[in-house]
Design a protein around this ligand. Structure first.
Ligand code: DX5
Ligand code: ZN
Length: 225
């Protein structure tokens, strides 16, 4: 846990919500810190979700921080649209940009839009080459499943990446949050907290429960060290 964070940040992923009742599903997690919005384009990942209109709709019904996870090709073309749709943090994949310079330029563009900038990293991508770019970002989203679908099993080996990030961020006194996404549940969240995560995305572990607010509380309790 980093000094700037008063406690674990829980970010329910609306990808697992019942879309016929999206408004109620967002209200059901009013006690969560953030709302995680998974954008998939059917190209960068083999699945399609929703886009800027749904993002703007969610923004219109809650004042919670919108954590927008772009699993799309050409993220450069879309950041302005998602900033206008109400994103508070825009996270793009390092695998979707040409190189580190392009990633840094895109982070600057996101920050210039008044939005926090994050990068996400797939399980097979090493973190080491990205460590010297950390100061250009506000957040790193470590994928603990292959991006594309909810309800997959947590990959515990990705916690090494979290530990590496935690050490680099603390050593350099950086103000960068570490968030983890994929397979986070009552069984896995504590190991992620212990590895050094500040923020936790959970889809199925919240939305498949009858009492979603209680699931958020339980995850927060388990992630509090
Ligand atoms: C996966 C998405 C995740 C997903 C998590 O590509 O980025 O945010 O919704 O779902 P669970 O918590 O069910 O693994
Ligand atoms: Zn996500």
């Amino acid at each position: 846990m980093s000094a700037h964070s008063p406690g674990p940040i829980i970010s329910p992923s609306i990808l697992a919500a019942d879309f016929t009742r999206l408004g109620e599903e967002v209200e059901a997690v009013a006690n969560a810190d953030w709302i995680h919005v998974d954008i998939m384009d059917g190209h960068f990942v083999p699945n399609l979700s929703f886009g800027p209109d749904i993002t703007a709709t969610v923004d219109g019904i809650t004042s919670q921080t919108l954590d927008v996870h772009l699993m799309i090709e050409d993220p450069e073309k879309w950041v302005e649209t998602y900033a206008k749709a109400g994103a508070d943090c825009i996270i793009f994949h390092v695998e979707a940009v040409a190189d580190k310079d392009a990633a840094i330029a895109l982070a600057r563009k996101i920050r210039d839009l008044g939005v926090r900038a994050g990068f996400s990293i797939k399980p097979g991508t090493p973190i080491e080459p990205w460590l010297d770019a950390l100061e250009h970002f506000d957040e790193v989203l470590v994928m603990s499943v292959e991006p594309g679908f909810g309800g997959q099993s947590f990959m515990p080996d990705q916690l090494d990446k979290v530990r590496t990030l935690r050490a680099a961020i603390d050593e350099r006194g950086l103000n960068v949050l570490i968030e983890i996404d994929g397979g986070i549940s009552a069984e896995t969240i504590r190991s992620a907290a212990e590895a050094g995560c500040d923020a936790f995305v959970a889809g199925s572990a919240i939305y498949k429960q009858a009492d979603k607010a209680a699931a958020v509380e339980e995850l927060r309790r388990l992630a509090t060290l």
